[in-house]
Write a protein that binds this ligand. Sequence first.
Ligand code: THU
Length: 161
Amino acid sequence: MKKINISIDIDYFSTKSELSSEFQNLLEKADEATKTSYSPYSNFQVGAAIELENGEIISGSNQENAAYPSGLCAERVAIFAAASRFPGVKIKNIAILARKKGSINHTPVAPCGSCRQVLVEYESNQKEPIRLVLRAEKEGYIIPQSISDLLPISFTKDNLM
Ligand code: THU
């Protein structure tokens, strides 16, 4: 038996001004998107903004439903919109943040497991890493190197062959 260690590198910035203007802008778009959240059940408003290689920015917010599992996270709303409007166009960056009852959420909101699964497939298809920026205000800004870093040993379409 041997142990395999998996470690990841994360870029961490303690203030917004240290971030590139690209990331600052994307976080603003994600914040704007929280206003379109339909979240009467959780009161947790999530916004995601995706920057494509062609310069387009597509944002999305979480959409809930009285039949709870029928709702969808902000990240998947955004990425499915991006992929259906601009199929095959590479995704450069994604910003994600949340508000709880309108006020800023101070802990980083990382994508849930289902969103990671969806994001990692687009990343694998495009053969280029997608950068993800998470806002935590008081706690800083967190940027992993890729989505696959957040979902090691993932289930992929290769498993189906
Ligand atoms: N949510 C997201 O939109 N993204 C995440 O990564 C985590 C959770 C939403 C789903 C639901 O509408 C609310 O947040 C509470 O779970």
